[in-house]
Each structure stands twice: as C-alpha cells, then as structure tokens.
Design a binder for this molecule. Structure first.
Ligand code: COA
Length: 253
C-alpha cells in the first residue's frame, strides 16, 4: 500500500485521493497498486454507488512518475499500472473525477473511463505521450477519437499541448467546469444525485453505456506492448532524463 493514496468511505461513496502534492500526484507503482485496491474494494462493497477520484494540492495528477518508470519499468499484465487500468476500465460502480490543475498522461487518460468529470476552471488536460517518446495508453488511442473526433484527437495526441478546461468541456472530455477550488464539491454533488437510486439498474446502465469492454481490453494489450517497447528506447531515456534535469530533450533524427 502507499502513503500517497488516501481512501475514505463516506456513505454511498468511496473517495480515492492521490496525496503526493509535492510531485503533482505523479503515480508510482505503489500508488497504482493502492488505487487499484481502492477500486476493487468499491466493487466488493454493495453499499458503494460511486467512486470519486481526486488529487490533493494544486494538480490532479502529473501521470506516471517518470523516475519510478525508468527504475521499475512495468513488466506485464500483473504490473501495478496494468492492474489499475483493468480496475478502472471494468469498474461497475459510477466513477467520478474531481480535476483541479493539470491532468497529464494517465492523469488525463483515466478520465476517459470516468462517468462524470468535474474540472475547475484552471484545470487542463494533456496527452504528452508522443513528445515523451511513448505511445498512448489506457485505450486512449481508441477512446479519445471516439469522444472528440479523429482530428481533435490527432492534434491533442501528436502535439501533446495542454487543453484548457473550457475547451475540454466543449470537446466532451469534461462534464462540468466549476470555479477554482470547487471540483471536489462538484464531484460529491454528482455522487449525491445517485444516492437512493436502484444499484443494480445503475450498474447495468453503466455497463450498457460502456459496451466496448472487449475492444478496450484488446486495444490496451496492443498499446501496452508498444508502450513497453518505447520505454526501453533511447529516445524515451532522453525524454525522461531531460524532464527530470529540467532541460529540452534532444532526439536523434
Ligand atoms: N514524474 C516524476 N516527477 C514529476 C512528474 C512526473 N510525471 N511530474 C512532476 N514531477 C515532479 C517534478 O520533477 C518536480 O520535482 P522537484 O520539485 O523535485 O523538482 C515536482 O514534481 C513539481 O513539478 P514541476 O514541473 O516543478 O511543477 P509545475 O507546476 O511547473 O508543472 C506539470 C506541473 C504537471 C505540468 C509538470 O510537472 C509536468 O509536465 N510533469 C510531467 C508530466 C508528464 O509528462 N507525465 C506523463 C508521464 S507518462
């Protein structure tokens, strides 16, 4: 388990808070494992109707921890990141995200698996895989074009530029934009709207709305193989070192 993930049960909702604000909630293997366990515990608990994903501090999530990724590259289907992605993409409870500040990499792609996304006005989403010499993950290469259309997806994924919350709302990646500091309250308000509703009907409705689980699993497997290959590449080593050394990367042509 990780000290950097806090799990709080409150009535019909289970809240998972990323709590590593000094590193903008970048996810280590231990954090992935803890979030996966949080999602699994929500599945086991009949009284839980909604899971809230949130981050403490000024950022929702800066994605994979690049130092941890280099030191402990994920090795297969049982890696913590793979367990997390399986858990979020197969969750049967409603998953609600409260996004403040940047949501980068898997911090943004995990939102594609959420049923409701509340973002504060200064939030932004960023998919910087290509510029980091990686490829999209979390089935985002399938889900992002479905949500925003192929041209907008190409612009977001090829440039890796941040997308402001208001634009993310216009593209359908965010459900509501709220004033700064109110994302968690907005997520809780959505979860409260589910209280008292019939749990079985909620689960089946969510399943029908996301009737793509086979496609998602297949695409994730394909992405994972490419992602692991790129993690071992010289260009990723340069991109990650450059980020940690706070300099511009230089790639061989
Ligand atoms: N992995 C490892 N460390 C990270 C990190 C990541 N993904 N994201 C941020 N950090 C660390 C920084 O190295 C810095 O550490 P330091 O204080 O020891 O120097 C600290 O978190 C704060 O980050 P900083 O970049 O100074 O904050 P910022 O407010 O200027 O920018 C972000 C915030 C999220 C926009 C920026 O940190 C960022 O772009 N992170 C990289 C995200 C990324 O590429 N993720 C995809 C990985 S697949």
């Amino acid at each position: 388990m990780s000290d950097h993930v806090e799990i709080v049960r409150d009535g019909a909702r289970l809240e998972i808070h990323l709590n590593r604000p000094d590193k903008k909630n970048a996810l280590t293997g231990a954090m992935y494992a803890a979030v996966a366990e949080g999602l699994a515990s929500a599945e086991r608990e009949p009284g839980v109707l909604a899971v809230i994903l949130a981050g403490r501090g000024q950022a929702f999530c800066a994605g994979n921890d690049l130092a941890d990724f280099m030191a402990n590259p994920p090795s297969g289907d049982d890696s913590p990141v793979a367990r997390f992605l399986r858990a979020i993409s197969t969750a049967t409870k409603a998953v609600v995200a409260a996004v403040q500040g940047p949501a980068v990499g898997v911090g943004a792609t995990m939102l594609l698996h959420c049923d409701h996304v509340v973002a504060s006005e200064e939030a932004s989403l960023q998919f910087p895989f290509a510029r980091l010499a990686l490829v999209p993950e979390a089935a985002s290469s399938l889900l992002l074009p479905r949500v925003v259309g192929p041209l907008a997806a190409a612009e977001l994924m090829l440039t890796g530029d941040p997308l402001p919350a208001a634009e993310a709302k216009r593209l359908g990646l965010v459900s509501r934009v709220v004033p700064s500091g109110e994302a968690l309250a907005g997520a809780r308000a959505f979860a409260a709207r589910l209280e008292g509703l019939p749990p079985e009907a909620l689960r089946e409705t969510k399943r029908l709305l996301r009737a793509t689980s086979q496609d998602v699993a297949t695409r994730m497997a394909e992405e994972n193989a490419l992602f692991r290959r790129q993690l071992g590449s010289a260009e990723f080593a340069e991109a990650a070192r450059a980020f940690l050394e706070k300099r511009k990367p230089v790639f061989a042509r």
